[in-house]
Design a protein around this ligand. Sequence first.
Ligand code: AOF
Ligand code: ZN
Length: 404
Amino acid sequence: MESDHYIVKTGAKRSGPDASPVECRGGSLCRLPGLDAVDRGFLTRAIELGREGWGRVHPNPMVGAVVARGGVTLAEAPHAEFGGPHAEAAALAALGGRARGATLYSSLEPCAHSGKTPPCAEAIRGAGIARVVYWAAEPGAEEGGGGEWLRRRGVHVVGPCGERADWAAENPAFFHAAAGERPYVALKLAVSMDGCIAPGGGRRAWLTGPEARSEVHRLRAGFDAILVGTRTWKADDPMLTARGAVTPRVPPVPVLLDRRGEADASLRALRSGGGAGAIVATAPGVGGRVEARLGGRGEVVGVPVAGFGLDLAALMAALAARGVGSVFCEGGGILAASLLAGGLVDRVYLFVAPLVVGGGGVAAFPPAPGERPEDVRARFEGWQTRLDPVRFGNDTLIVMDRGG
Ligand code: AOF
Ligand code: ZN
């Protein structure tokens, strides 16, 4: 396995307890004023550590912290579990009094609030930390202000560093939620080298290998819900559970689109695993009969019809009302095109497989009904890849984020 997470373009190599930081070789952290290569190395490590919380800490952010002195790591920790110690407090806890005069690196501004745990800013001051370097600004009004709080008490604080878009690429649902919109929506697509999601003519083909499929399971663990369109659940009867390297703290809720009201209790997504919390979205008129058929397995949610299908913006609002903060959409192609046409996609996870469909294939990003090719192009203006591509077996994952 190449990697179990993605690397922000820091350019600096990993610098664990046994390795001293290396020179920064390009990337977003390199542009940061006030940071030298040592700072960038430790900050990079803090960001990496934070990723260990994937699937376990959301809706909290993934955060990592390193305590170092003279270029040597004294302690490091992620925020490992929702409700558990924050990264800074966890790193400091291992040190007792030995942190005095050291530098603390954190991928997020230390919090200044008493939530499920005491404020990190107080723990940092109490430990006698002389200098704090942090990456992302804490977006929460109540949680934020830890940097200023420490500055006022004589700690040398460097941060926030860099751009919000880079912070958001690491913790997308968390920063999205801070902006108070619909759920964060990520779309997963697997494409051939010639940009097709299927061979065409109604034929189906499996494009990606086992490593990419494992990664999809790991990704599922970090989302509140997994959404599929009618054709997908009819053809595949997927379980829509996260059966990968990470066991999610809260299993994602399967969401099945079912405009015509055809779902029944035999569907795997409604049975074992995540079944208890499954949602079946139907047109308003057919919800009653689906409900009767489901026999209490899953909730039927009526959604208005718009054009050829369900009103996906209304669906997202209904999901948000049920506490769903992030949605992982796994196809199929029509649902993907409709979500994109509705401006409802924040990220595309694009797995590229090294094979060619060779003409007549189903394009990954076709115009939605009534759209022109230039509409599709315009939709992707400002999109960026902020995370490095990662190889999974023979396949490559490219992560693309909506700009702005
Ligand atoms: C930090 N370090 O490692 C994390 C922070 O629910 P609580 O009480 O654990 O607080 C969660 C909030 O604290 C979360 O929404 C975010 O604003 C901040 N998370 N802060 O200093 C950490 N995970
Ligand atoms: Zn904290």
